[in-house]
Design a protein around this ligand. Sequence first.
Ligand SMILES: NC(=O)c1ccc[n+]([C@@H]2O[C@H](COP(=O)([O-])OP(=O)(O)OC[C@H]3O[C@@H](n4cnc5c(N)ncnc54)[C@H](O)[C@@H]3O)[C@@H](O)[C@H]2O)c1
Length: 516
Amino acid sequence: MSEPERSIFLSGPMGVGKSSVARALAERLGRPLVDLDARIEAEAGQPIPAIFEREGETGFRRREADTAIATLAEPPAVVALGGGTVTQTPVRRRLLAEGILISLEAPLAVLLERVGGGEGRPLLEGAPEARLSALLAERAPAYAECHARVDAQGNPEGIAARVAAVATEARVPVPLGLQSYVVEIGLGYRHRLAERLAAFGRPVLVADPNTVRYRDELAPPRAVQVTLDEGEANKTVDAVARIWDEALDAGVDRRAIVVAVGGGVVGDLAGFAAASLLRGVAFGQVPTTLLAMVDSSVGGKTGFNRRAGKNLVGAFHQPAFVLCDPEVLGTLERAERIAGLAEVVKSAWLEGEGAVAALERDAEALLAGESEATIGAIRRSVATKARIVAEDAREKGVRMHLNLGHTVGHGLEAAAGYGALRHGEAVALGMVAAMRVGLAAGTAERPDAERMERLLARLGLPIDLDPRLDDAVWPFVQSDKKRQGDRVRFVVPGAPGRVAVQPMTVASVRAAVEGS
Ligand SMILES: NC(=O)c1ccc[n+]([C@@H]2O[C@H](COP(=O)([O-])OP(=O)(O)OC[C@H]3O[C@@H](n4cnc5c(N)ncnc54)[C@H](O)[C@@H]3O)[C@@H](O)[C@H]2O)c1
C-alpha cells in the first residue's frame, strides 16, 4: 500500500535557492507552492526586516512556526521554508513526521555569491561572510535531520528533478543532530553501497558465511573483507577481535568505515568493532534479515554476549547509513523471515491503531514475502523506532517501550538454550505473556489480548506459551539487565498505542503470566 502524499518542505541556508527550486518543483509536480517568508509577510502586512524590528527574532520565529505547522493541514504542496525555520526542534520534528523534509546544500562560496551584500537579510548585517559561516555551523545539526540532502548547484529545474526523485523513495530519517542518518528502503538498494562509501576511507566489510554472497557482490576492490562464524553462539569478543585484527593488519586509518552485511549478529559485532577500532571509526549497515532491517540496524546499540548473558558488553554507536534491500530476504530461511515479523508487530503495537490495522490488512502478503507489503512494514517499523530513538537515544525513558515482549521472551530464549528458539519467536511468546500481565494489571482488555494473538498467529508466529513455561524461565527473567534492584522494568501493553513501564517483581510477573 502506498503512503498518502505528503507536502515537500525545502530547507537550507539563505542563498541556497529554496524559493526558485520550490517554484520549479511545484510546477513539475503540479502542486501548490508556498513561500513561507512571503506568507508570513502577507499575514503580518509588513516585510520581514520590519517584523524583526518590531517583534525581535523571537516574535518572528513564533510566526514562522505557526505558519509552517499550518501548511500541514493543507493539500500536499511544495513549501520553501525560511533558513532558520528548522532550527526550532518541535517544528522540525513535526515536518519530519508528517511531511518530507529536504535540505538543500551548497558550498559557502556559492551561498555568499548568491546573497551578495546581505541586503534585506537581518541576520547577515555587517559581516556577511563571517555571519553566514557561523550560521551554517550553528544550524548544521538541524539541517542534518532531513529525509535527504540534495546538492543545490546547477539550474533550479535540475535540482527540482533530484528532489522529486528522492521524495518518492521510502526513506526514514533517524533525527539525531549531527549523528542523523537515513534508513533507505527499496529493491536493489544494496547497490547504493559504493556511492555511500565514497565519503569514507578504506571500507571493512563484515559478513557471515550466509551473507558473503552479498558482501562479495558489493565489495569495492580496496575493501578489507572479514567473514565471521555464523549465529548467536559466535556473538563473542573473539569475533570482534577478528574484525579489529584484520582491519589493523590491513593498515586502515581513522577514516575507515566498518560495514555490516548481515543479520543482527553481524551488525552488533561490526558496530562494536567500529565503535572501538582506533577509538571509533564510522559504521554502515546493509542488513540482510528482516529482524535486522526493522530493528537491530537502527538505533546504534552494538555489542556481544558474555557467559553471564546476552549483549552484556557493548556501546552506542550510530551508523552513518542503513541500506535495506528486501531482495536479499529471498535467500533467508522462511522461518527467519517470519521471526522478524514479531518485531514488526511489536512496533505496530507501540505506534497505535493505524499501524496495527495496516498489518492486519497486509498479513497474508507479508507472510508470502510480497515486496510492497514488506517495504511498507519495514518503513513503518523503522519510523516508530526512529521516533522513539530520537526522543531517547540512550534508553533512559521511552526507549524502554521497545522492550515490549522482551522480558519474558528473553527468559524463554535463554531457558530453551540460545539457538533453540529464534529471538523473534521468543519475542512473540513474550508479547503473549506481556498481554497477560496487562490483563492482570487492568491496562489491557480481553479483546486486545485476543487481537494480538490472532495477528501473531496469522503471521506464522508461535503463541503457544503455556507448554514453554517451566521453572527454568524465571531465573533468566530475574537476571534481565534492565532490572532495577529486585524489580524488572516490565513493559505492560494495553490497546494499540498504549504501553506503560512498570517496575515489577519477577514473582508478580510470573503470577500474572501463569495465572490466567
Ligand atoms: N542492536 C540492536 O538494537 C538489536 C535489536 C534486536 C536484536 N539484536 C540482535 O540481533 C541478533 C538477531 O539478529 P538476526 O535474527 O538477524 O540473527 P542472525 O544475524 O544470526 O541471522 C539469522 C540467520 O540468518 C542468516 N542470514 C542472514 N541474512 C541472510 C540472508 N539474506 N540469506 C540467507 N541467510 C541469511 C544468518 O547467517 C543466520 O544464520 C541477536 O543477537 C540480537 O541480540 C540487536
